[in-house]
Design a protein around this ligand. Sequence first.
Ligand code: C2E
Ligand code: MG
Ligand code: MG
Length: 693
Amino acid sequence: MREAATYAFIYHQLLVVLAGAVCLFGTWVGMRHFARARATEGTTRAGWLFMASVGTGAALWAATFISILALDPQLASGFEPVATGVMLVIAIVSCLIGFEIGSRHFTLAPEAGGLVMGVGILAMHFVAARGWHVAGTVSWNAYGLVLTFLFGLGLSALAVNRANRPVTRWCRHGAAIVLAFMVCTLHYTMIASATVTPDAAATLPSWLIPAPTLAIAVVGAVLLVMGSGFSTYVIDLRSRTESADRIHQLSFNDGMTGLPNRIAFNERLAFDAAEAHEKAHKLAAFSIDIDGFKDVNDLFGHAAGDLLLIEAAHRMRGVLATGEFLARQSGDEFLGLQMSGNHPQDAQAFAERIAAVFATPFMVQEQAVTLTASIGYSIFPTDTPERDHALSNAKLAMYRGKSRQRGLITRYHQQMDDKARARRALARDLQGATERGELLLHYQLQTSLHDGRICGAEALMRWHHPKRGMISPAEFIPLAEETEAISGMGEWALRSACRDAAEGRIPGTVAVNLSPLQFERDDLAETIHAILLETGLSPKRLEVEVTESTVMSDQTRGLHILRKLKSMGISVAMDDFGTGYSSLATLHAFPFDKIKLDQSFVKRLPEDAAAAAIVRTVLALGTSLGIPVLAEGIETEAQWQFLAREGCAKGQGYLFAKPQSLAQLPAAIAAAGRFVREEEPMLFDAPRLAAAG
Ligand code: C2E
Ligand code: MG
Ligand code: MG
């Protein structure tokens, strides 16, 4: 025994290192279990949380004891058995609560969970100090204890923070290192705060556990808990590898393209998401939709469409790199997954690679068809912490892009949800808008380009929303088509336009747009017939406008309906000509009375040589088939002159008149009178115009 009245402890360095190592290994295994808990749900999650807590708790407990055993108090000493047991319970319970809180989704959840663990670890140290009896009195330094507290709480919060908010793949190891570091730090600060005064008179109770016995118990417990924890981890890893193999087998299930199917995709998503969680990787989900595929199918038939899909799938598969996965959802929709370290730009690059395979035209029945793909993607867990939302977000992004323009690559962002919500609200408002009298028709005059005389008007629907005011058909017609409200709305438009025309408020023929959904109804011709009877309008004054894809979705039926309408004396115009897969065959097959040349070509006249060439071709086509052409969107005198010179029969556009309400129509008609050329008609190509009729 030394002579000094008080002294600090001395250390067995090797045991301190061992304590750190035990803590490091134990918490590393614990953190792996914790990562699995975060990636799973329900009872599996509870099981993993329990394993994580027992493993980490036991490791912390053992490390604390080994480091105490590393101290040589140079006095007789021993441990209270109850305190020893209580410490283990405290360690495990605080880890359990800490991990449970740490794996939740509220803002500071990881840090809060870490604090709980820190409190537990501190409590364990203080119980240890109380339960450790030496033949003397121990006094504590207040500053040292405060320091111990701060280190304990701060470092444990940091540990769970690192495990839950990884920024690099090394963070998961960082969590274990921080915890091990904390246990060592706590131990040293606490011991450094203590001084012992030997007391020769003190006798230790006989029931204390002597250090060597405790050492054997600790080593035994450590081996048992960590061994079982580690083997659980290895078994889990193995079974996951097996399930990855199973996914691989399940994969080739789409008979046509040979790509994995939707089920395989879901399995792969679950697997990759768990992996991403654990390794702090990013997982990007993609929704890929081939634009205009439906038109190809309608125009060339299903067999040709299938061949095109096979070719597209083949091309896309050809550009996949490791860690990337492609599946076919259905029809022309494909799904993708990409596991990437920490580079969100990888996802964009993947999408660009996929988009690029569509740059080369596809050969369909010896015709080159150029297609594009609309791609949306969302990155997990950056864009959403929920694995299941990754795909729906990607789809939302894809649809959002597609609605703006074909062939776009769009990344999901939060506001899209808000927009989707607003859209749904608008769709709800649209229900019953007809009954509430919120719909109205505006009319746009149509003019003969030859002499500037008015020959008719097109009815264009408007929606007066009670809160938002006037809404454009470009916004609400697609919504109405999705919700099928268009049927009722379209019928209302037909009836109102016929009534207005019959009452003599519209000059010449009145043109009404028909939606594809109206065209699908078997009773379309009968409905129109009834409306004509009801309003008393002569069928000769009614024209219906359909787009190419409307008719082509079911050619035989489409032809049948058009013939019926024509036999009633109603004329049929092909709207937006030039934007679909306008082919000669369509014009030959259907008895159209008018071709409405889309405004996208007219807009570029007369300077744009390519647009001018297309317009000339369409006009020549109309002439040779004997179908007059009406040019849409004429805005300038120069466009009018060009079109008239090239023999275009009719026109419609802001130059002559903007769409107007019924009340303003007389003024518009009067204003359009200034274009009439009585004595000196526009220059035109007489033979062509004569042929066009
Ligand atoms: P659409 O049938 O091709 O109608 C022509 C569109 O071009 C109208 O847009 C018209 O306002 C616009 N327009 C006319 N002249 C010019 C011009 O000189 N310059 C420019 N920039 N634009 C011009 P609106 O009224 O917004 O209608 C958009 C589309 O909504 C219509 O295209 C049509 O497809 C659809 N639609 C409108 N009313 C109905 C309806 O009653 N039923 C159905 N099914 N669809 C409708
Ligand atoms: Mg139209
Ligand atoms: Mg049009």
